[in-house]
Design a protein. Structure first.
Length: 132
């Protein structure tokens, strides 16, 4: 593909469904899974381009629109207690044929203490829009 290295176009729906299935399995009867349940071995199929994001502070309506839109799936995941996803960087990556390749960002909430959602497992998937 190009300079995108390991960020490669993938079978998007299947890959995200498998990641969500892992989240559901690790959650068990809890509201969200523990962060510690996401071992590197379990996340290996989605490496690289996966990160653990820590919640810092609380979202406020006084933040600029660009910050609010970037944080929207995180805020929604905290409120609902379920994974959310969105497209980001819609025009940053261009395929050799000129097609813009957006990045799909699933945000999977988890907890460090079993009580509050304070971490997220986030994976970035570069894809061709027609593959959705």
């Amino acid at each position: 593909m190009s300079v995108l290295g390991e960020l490669a176009a993938v079978e998007l729906e299947r890959a995200i469904a498998a990641l969500r299935a892992l989240w559901i399995q690790l959650r068990g009867e809890a509201r969200v899974p523990l962060r510690s349940a996401f071992s590197p071995e379990l996340l290996k199929p989605w490496l690289p381009n996966i990160v653990i994001v820590e919640v810092v502070g609380t979202p406020t309506s006084s933040r600029p629109n660009s910050t609010r839109s970037r944080s929207r799936p995180y805020v929604r995941a905290i409120a609902a207690g379920v994974p959310m996803e969105d497209d980001i960087l819609n025009h940053q990556f261009i395929a050799p044929d000129g097609i813009s390749l957006p990045v799909r960002r699933p945000v999977l909430p988890c907890s460090s203490d079993g009580v509050r959602i304070d971490r997220f497992v986030v994976r970035l998937f570069l894809y061709r829009p027609e593959s959705r």
